[in-house]
Design a protein around this ligand. Structure first.
Ligand SMILES: NC(=O)c1ccc[n+]([C@@H]2O[C@H](COP(=O)([O-])OP(=O)(O)OC[C@H]3O[C@@H](n4cnc5c(N)ncnc54)[C@H](OP(=O)(O)O)[C@@H]3O)[C@@H](O)[C@H]2O)c1
Length: 282
């Protein structure tokens, strides 16, 4: 087991926070960083990178906002080069399935000479509870531009378990883990699982992609995030990612968690609770 400090790029992220919590529970020193930490780390400010790499032997790396954006490949190339110069021996990179930009970033890491792992994930189940789909669920109606496509949503707790195993078990190094949930589901099936888990029905309504993006603009979602979502919806929901993959079992020797289990444990946290109908605020 590696006892030296492990860097986590994306400390407050959906996966970074979970990876850091697991490492700390195992007594491993961590340095979780993002723009709001001290020292700070900003993907758009390479001058912030050397300080966080000092004294680090291994790193878990998440790129924000997404490896599919044009500037990601260059940023990963520069970061990996700097990490190697700083003495980092092993990087575990979170990647996304079916994205050309993500594949290019993976290739940069694999060719770097540093020990590597790629955790290439399907869409996160936690997009329904910790990301842009939460508001729709709280409103009782999820509005989406795609409804019929199938996706094997993965529980990010499984991603964190795989990333931690990759960081700590030498025998898993230099391998790609393609991680998905155990079954492909439509958004309607996901909403049925959430409705059952919460006891509050959530409707699903499909709108054309243009109308969906216009509504995001009205809600103040920045142009960069809108164009990212547009690309993800057009590219990733063409059927290419519908099949499941077995990376969770390959890394951990157990199956990935089912969406229904995710829905039940998430409902129990109260994050999907709505005010009772008819209650007047104040
Ligand atoms: N969502 C999915 O379904 C999905 C599926 C497959 C792969 N992925 C991949 O997952 C990665 C994101 O990982 P995640 O979901 O664990 O993280 P995340 O939740 O997207 O991370 C959010 C954190 O990133 C930090 N951040 C924002 N801008 C930053 C910048 N310029 N420099 C440094 N940090 C910045 C923010 O913290 P501060 O405000 O403190 O900086 C924020 O709290 C992406 O590369 C994406 O491609 C996502």
């Amino acid at each position: 087991m590696n006892e030296s400090t492990i860097l986590i790029v994306g400390k407050h992220g959906k996966t970074g926070a979970r990876v850091e919590a697991r490492l700390q529970a195992a007594g491993i020193p961590t340095r979780g960083v993002s723009r709001s930490t001290s020292p700070a780390f900003d993907w758009e400010a390479p001058e912030t990178w050397p300080a966080v790499l000092e004294g680090v032997r291994a790193a878990y790396v998440t790129y924000h906002p997404d490896l599919s954006v044009p500037q990601a490949e260059g940023a990963i190339r520069d970061f990996v080069r700097m990490a190697r110069q700083a003495g980092v021996e092993h990087i575990v990179l979170l990647s996304g399935r079916g994205e050309d930009g993500a594949k290019r970033a993976e290739d940069v890491l694999r060719a770097s000479g540093i020990d590597w792992n790629v955790v290439r994930a399907s869409w996160f189940a936690q997009n329904f509870s910790e990301n842009f789909m939460l508001d729709g669920i709280l409103a009782g109606e999820l509005v989406m531009p795609v409804c019929e496509s199938r996706e094997p949503f993965i529980d990010v707790d499984d991603i964190a378990d795989v990333a931690v195993a990759a960081l700590l078990e030498r025998g898993l190094r230099n391998r790609l883990f393609e991680v998905t949930g155990p079954r492909s589901m439509t958004f309607a099936e996901c909403m049925a699982a959430v409705s059952e888990a919460t006891g509050q029905p959530v409707k699903l309504r499909q709108v054309p992609l243009d109308a969906y993006l216009a509504a995001l603009a009205d809600q103040g979602v920045p142009p960069m995030m809108r164009s990212l979502l547009e690309e993800l919806f057009i590219v990733l929901f063409d059927g290419r990612n519908a099949a499941t993959a077995d990376g969770v079992r390959e890394a951990l020797g157990r199956p990935a968690a089912d969406f229904q289990a995710y829905a039940r444990k998430t409902a129990a946290t109260g994050v999907w609770d709505r005010a009772p109908a008819g209650r007047v605020a104040g």
